[in-house]
Design a protein around this ligand. Structure first.
Ligand code: CTP
Length: 451
């Protein structure tokens, strides 16, 4: 019996897939088809797969060509599958020519001609028109956003808005996009808006974008007042638009794996969460000079509060800030303590004091520790009472990580379910509430904050 194997994502099942499977089956007597998991596709930079794994398997099954369907979870699996299943022929489409020649030592490798003029990518683009992204702001984070957006199929950076002509032009030239200094023109040229301007301008830009019917992806902290957060979410919902707060950690696969393990019961009931993130800044930066909106907490607080809200929820009973200030009065280091009915938490952040940035989650049976930069989670350990028992987990984090949130954002635009479980509305509202309480504790007010 000649055994054949082939692999693919098989998203939005199309004629090219059908013909490939038909010819693969004809190469032998028994065909095994490996279908990729979402997680594996993400690691190889394939975002925005639309059909679920179950749907993709079902579509392969319906062709009747596959004698067996398996799941493909990682790049090294092909080699072991060939051994495990006693494969005689490995085959894929001609878009992969040369790529799998290393398997020739173990079986025959055949590249079949690809069917012309059809691909999942083409179908995704046809069914779902490209979302043109307009960027508000031209700072460091906006610079990081564009190369990441280029990696997500289904979106394209269209233009940038900055009221300062020179900054808009410089940024637009660098990234070969359009520059806008007029908001109306900007809104009419884009479908979605990414807000990466200074914190205090977010609220106004979110409202203006939603008023113009645009979905919004907004940098953290989204807004600095609870009532503003509630208002903008209602506003978005009434208009059927997506409003999405950007904290890259919330969307990255490693952090979500860590939350899953923390909530699985393996460390028992969670009683303490400690999260710390410090980044030494030069003294003359906006972060360390802006008397109203600068300082460590507005800059980094969202990151360190995130795991606490995720694990303990938004109903804390006590909240307290302890702060070390610089000469100009701005917080250089802030320790936020939260008390919950079932546990306690501290969120520590610093721009002028360096500390061991780590995430520690202590439970009744064990603890999880992720070292800096845990906010781009790639590795964490689970420890138990028996000192030599340690479970180790690793996960990929590609590039600057913004691609994960962009693809989540796009997924939400395209799906009818508008709930963002990775960072819920109530979590974003709680973050704004804590920001507001901090600003009040620091006596920072202006017309944007309300008296
Ligand atoms: N395939 C093919 N002809 C096409 C499209 C795909 O023969 N027009 C083959 C691929 O070469 C591969 C298998 O079908 O062997 C599964 O491919 P997959 O990557 O799932 O499909 P694509 O349509 O190429 O997907 P994408 O556009 O997302 O890369």
């Amino acid at each position: 019996m000649i055994k054949v194997i082939t692999y693919g994502t098989f998203d939005l099942f199309h004629e090219g897939h059908y013909r490939l499977l038909q010819r693969a089956k004809a190469l032998g007597d028994y065909l095994i088809v490996g279908v990729t998991t979402e997680a594996y596709d993400e690691t190889r930079g394939k975002f925005n797969v639309i059909d679920s794994l179950m749907t993709r398997i079902e579509n392969v099954r319906k062709t009747g060509f596959a004698d067996e369907i398996i799941i493909e979870e990682n790049a090294g699996q092909k080699f072991s599958d060939i051994k495990k299943y006693g494969i005689d022929i490995f085959t894929v489409g001609s878009d992969w020519v040369g790529e799998f020649d290393y398997l020739k030592d173990y079986c025959q490798v055949i590249y079949l001609d690809r069917t012309k003029n059809v691909s999942s990518t083409m179908l995704r683009e046809r069914n779902r028109p490209i979302q043109r992204i307009g960027i508000i702001g031209t700072g460091r984070i906006a610079e990081r956003f564009i190369p990441e957006a280029k990696l997500v199929s289904g979106v394209s950076a269209q233009g940038v808005y900055n009221p300062h002509t020179e900054s808009a032009l410089r940024f637009a030239k660098r990234w070969e996009i359009e520059a806008y200094t007029n908001l109306e023109e900007f809104f009419s040229a884009v479908d979605v808006v990414y807000i990466a301007s200074p914190h205090e301008t977010h609220y106004g830009y979110i409202k203006a974008s939603l008023e113009h019917g645009k979905h919004v992806l907004c940098e953290k902290p989204m807004v600095l007042r609870k009532d503003q957060a509630e208002e903008v979410f209602v506003y978005a919902r009434e208009r059927g638009l997506i409003l999405f707060e950007e904290i890259k950690t919330a969307y990255c696969p490693g952090f979500n794996k860590l939350l899953g393990i923390a909530c699985s019961g393996s460390i028992g009931s969670i009683r303490n969460v400690e999260a710390c993130f410090t980044k030494l800044e030069k003294v003359n930066t906006r972060e360390l000079t802006d008397q109203t909106y600068g300082g460590s907490f507005t800059e980094l607080g969202s990151y360190v509060l995130l795991p606490i809200l995720k694990l303990f929820g938004t109903d804390f009973q006590e909240l307290r800030f302890d702060t070390i200030r610089g000469e100009n009065g701005l917080d250089l280091f802030t320790k936020t303590s939260l008390v919950y009915p079932t546990g306690v938490a501290t969120a520590t952040c610093g721009l002028g004091v360096k500390a061991d940035g780590r995430l520690l989650i202590a439970g009744t049976k064990g603890y999880i520790v992720a070292e800096a930069p845990w906010w781009k989670t790639t590795y964490f350990e689970v420890h138990y009472e028996e000192a030599n028992r340690v479970d180790r987990y690793s996960e990929i984090f590609l590039g600057d990580g913004l691609r994960y949130e962009i693809s989540n954002f796009l997924y939400m635009i395209n799906k009818s379910n508008k709930d963002n479980f990775k960072l819920t509305r109530s979590e974003s509202i709680a973050l704004a509430d804590i920001m507001e309480k901090f600003m009040k504790a620091e006596n920072r007010t202006d017309e944007n904050m309300g008296a």
